[in-house]
Ligand binder design. Structure first.
Ligand SMILES: [Zn+2]
Length: 481
């Protein structure tokens, strides 16, 4: 539960020039609070770097959709909350979550796996969201002198990288200045207390079990003790879950009537998916097979779901199909089952069956990205490029800033041999992923493709003009610094 300023260091070490261009001007940094627009832009550039370069970034739309759904239930309970939140998942076994500037919240897979209820996960997310709404990060960045920023960023990177990347973390830690570290920890204790208090209110207003916060703090404390062999991530060593924090959370919960919270079925499915997709396929089959056979599970459908995934990974599609039938017969209903059913049909070599399942699923759950992507991909693979484009067009009206949709669109145009439109769509992919020069290059390729009509060419020309203007503005700004 660190305030995480960062990854900037990681990003900067990998691509200093690119970062200098994409980072907005931080202003004079003389004791102010970072303006929200600037904070959001910093957050966007960090998240872009994580998505593109951090091998631990988990690109799983089902899990991200679940967390975004959980997060929006919490966000709706924040009084006067107009902050946009976006949740990303990091494949890391430590129990952790972090807030980035601008409302981006990262969740470690270890946190989801160690939790025993949705309310426990919600209690950590609510705490991180409070860091954002209370503008803790904006204040911390705002009070820094520009000269101190690199050291602070390095320190934060060391905390973030922690045990998963000891080599990089150590280098970053050495780069950090002791004095800066001291100041930061001083801030953090006050901020931690405030985030606990506000986070608790959010948890309660959103209807979660308020005892979960103290329960989960205790779990984290135990985890810190058990892992106390040098493998504890830097964050937990410097920001211990203190007895005081646990006592405060317990006292707050004691003042509220007990309220049972029914966990969403996807909470269980997401955890089973993480477990089933980790490690060797054979081991996953053994684990879930035993859980189902001996009835050792917290949630029966989730155990069956995990077994199907494990069997698919172990290349046993027929066993997976049989297990899936039993799961569906038990009456579970979730969009995650649609994707799984399609995967099973594909595993059996039944592309048409998979397509039919995805078509129904896309009509029933138009906002589920995993289904949308899989459906577009299946249409494209079946040679139905026009149908893929129609589906993607409808989705892009809902989510114009989703680079994955533009990428699928570029692929469908490539399938049709329409080069102008292929490059035009690819330009939007690069633009949304933060690479303006690559986007401009794609539009130039679109211009010279020679297969567009007058209107298509005019659209490309207009877009190219916009992006060139934007590029010139960015270059001018980066030269000012
Ligand atoms: Zn915190």
């Amino acid at each position: 539960m660190r305030i995480l300023l960062i990854l900037l260091a990681l990003a900067a070490s990998l691509a200093p020039r690119a970062m200098a261009q994409t980072l907005p001007d931080l202003g004079d940094g003389a004791g102010g609070i970072l303006p929200p627009m600037v904070e959001r832009k910093i957050g966007e550039s960090i998240v872009r770097e994580i998505r593109q370069r951090d091998p631990a970034y988990l690109d799983d739309p089902e899990i991200a959709d679940y967390l975004n759904d959980l997060g929006s239930r919490l966000a709706a309970a924040i009084p006067g909350g107009r902050q946009d939140f976006e949740f990303i998942v990091i494949r890391d076994n430590s129990i952790n979550a972090f807030a980035l500037p601008g409302g981006f919240i990262g969740t470690h897979t270890g946190l989801l796996l160690a939790s025993e209820s949705e309310s426990e996960v919600a209690s950590v997310l609510a705490h991180e969201m409070a860091h954002v709404t209370q503008r803790h990060i904006a204040r911390m960045l705002g009070v820094q002198q520009q000269a101190q920023l690199p050291a602070m960023i390095a320190m934060a990177a060391a905390l973030l990288l922690g045990s998963s990347r000891p080599d990089l973390a150590q280098a970053a830690a050495m780069a950090a200045q002791g004095a800066v570290v001291q100041t930061q920890l001083g801030y953090s204790r006050d901020y931690e207390r405030e985030a606990d208090r506000i986070g608790f209110q959010t948890l309660s207003s959103a209807g979660f079990d308020t005892h979960a916060m103290a329960t989960f703090f205790e779990k984290m404390q135990r985890y810190t003790r058990i892992a106390d062999d040098g493998t504890v991530p830097g964050y937990l060593r410097t920001h211990p879950v203190t007895t005081e924090r646990i006592a405060d959370a317990q006292a707050r919960a004691a003042n509220r009537p007990y309220r049972q919270h029914l966990d969403a079925s996807e909470y269980h499915l997401v955890r089973a998916k993480l477990r089933a997709e980790a490690g060797e396929p054979r081991d996953a089959v053994t684990h879930f097979g035993a859980a189902v056979r001996d009835r050792r599970f917290a949630n029966e459908p989730a155990a069956g779901y995990g077994l199907v995934i494990a069997l698919l990974r172990a290349k046993q599609p027929r066993e997976a199909a049989a297990r899936l039938e039993r799961l569906r017969a038990s009456g579970v209903d979730s969009p995650m089952l649609v994707s799984l059913t399609a995967r099973v049909r594909q595993g059996l070599g039944d592309a048409a069956g998979a397509l039919a399942v995805l078509k129904d699923g896309a009509a029933r759950w138009p906002h589920r990205r995993a289904i949308t992507y899989a459906y577009a991909k299946a249409l494209d693979e079946a040679g139905r490029h026009e149908d893929a484009l129609a589906h993607l067009g409808a989705q892009l009206r809902l989510y114009p800033r989703d680079p994955a949709l533009h990428e699928l669109k570029a692929k469908a145009y490539a399938g049709l041999g329409k080069r102008l439109q292929q490059h035009q769509a690819q330009a939007e992919v690069y633009l949304l992923r933060g690479s303006l020069p690559a986007a401009i290059e794609q539009l130039q390729l679109a211009q010279s493709a020679g297969d567009g009509n007058f209107y298509e060419l005019s659209a490309v020309d207009a877009r190219l003009k916009e992006l060139r203007t934007e590029h010139a503005r960015e270059l001018k700004e980066s030269r000012k610094r």
